[in-house]
Ligand binder design. Sequence first.
Ligand code: SF4
Length: 333
Amino acid sequence: MNMGFDAVYYEPDVLNYQLGQMLYHKYANLPWRQIENHNRIAEMTSAHNRDFPKLKSHLIIGTRKTHRYVPNHKVSDWLVPYTSSGCRAMCLYCYLVCNYNKCAYLRLFVNREQMLDRLLKKDAVAQVPQTFEIGSNSDLLLENTITDNLRYTIERFGREARGRLTFPTKFDMVTPLLNLDHRGKTIFRMSMNPQEIISRVELGTSLLSARIHALNEMAAAGYPVGLLIAPVILLPNWKYLYGELIDRLADELSVKVIENGFIEIILMTYSFVQNAINTEAFPNAVQLLDRETMTGRGRGKYCYRNDIRGEAESFLREKLSRRLGTMPILYIS
Ligand code: SF4
């Protein structure tokens, strides 16, 4: 993706880090504006919802000060805040908007050594090897095109840890990862959606064909892999769209992915905040809030009604067992 940043906002301390210096030279042609704290940039918090795409064109650089690990029970044992939060892309349902509101722009944290040290320590003291989800706050494959952080992370973790790392992505820029000495300790998960949904909803992410190719390449490079069908969005023609997606995956995924990979399925949740921003920032975009099929789920969130979820779940399970029956479905949520 063409990042096309228009300005960098930075905490002055970042220039004391090697990564901060690298970014300073990389983006020397952009205006650099000093900020006190990446969490409080007054001109951004006071911006209008309609300015959301403009805010996304800013790059924020700071250090991560809080490192709270959240227990998790899906693919990983822990959700770990890592080297970035927010994202340059603009998926209309992006869950980060629930956390950061219109300030869901990309923030890079330059203290990566400190973050990985902490993670390795947590791994070392655990009774059994742990799996760490490092990609729940951003898309690390996209971030990697700016920072090269995955090379550092995957190789050092491979050498020093007992457990595993994992991250999901909607991007295809895997070439820099293919020859890394990963030692099978990084689980790579590719998020898939029908191309029509990628084009209309996952704005700025990679094409479906490129994602399939990237997943095949990562499996060929020896990484453990999985695919996420996520988020499932029940547009009026959803059966056709997801039926076709599963047929395409069955035809185009490599034998290695099909024989060794797993599947996660997540139905879309949506929120009042996302709806408010999308309505003003993308007035012509597809409407994701469907009051016929969705219901409130506390604190301004919406999800599909139970009967609708049930129908989607049986459709997907049935289709997947026919076309990708060797791939276990870890969960549908
Ligand atoms: S790629 Fe992921 S992090 Fe980026 S906007 Fe889309 S959902 Fe959000």
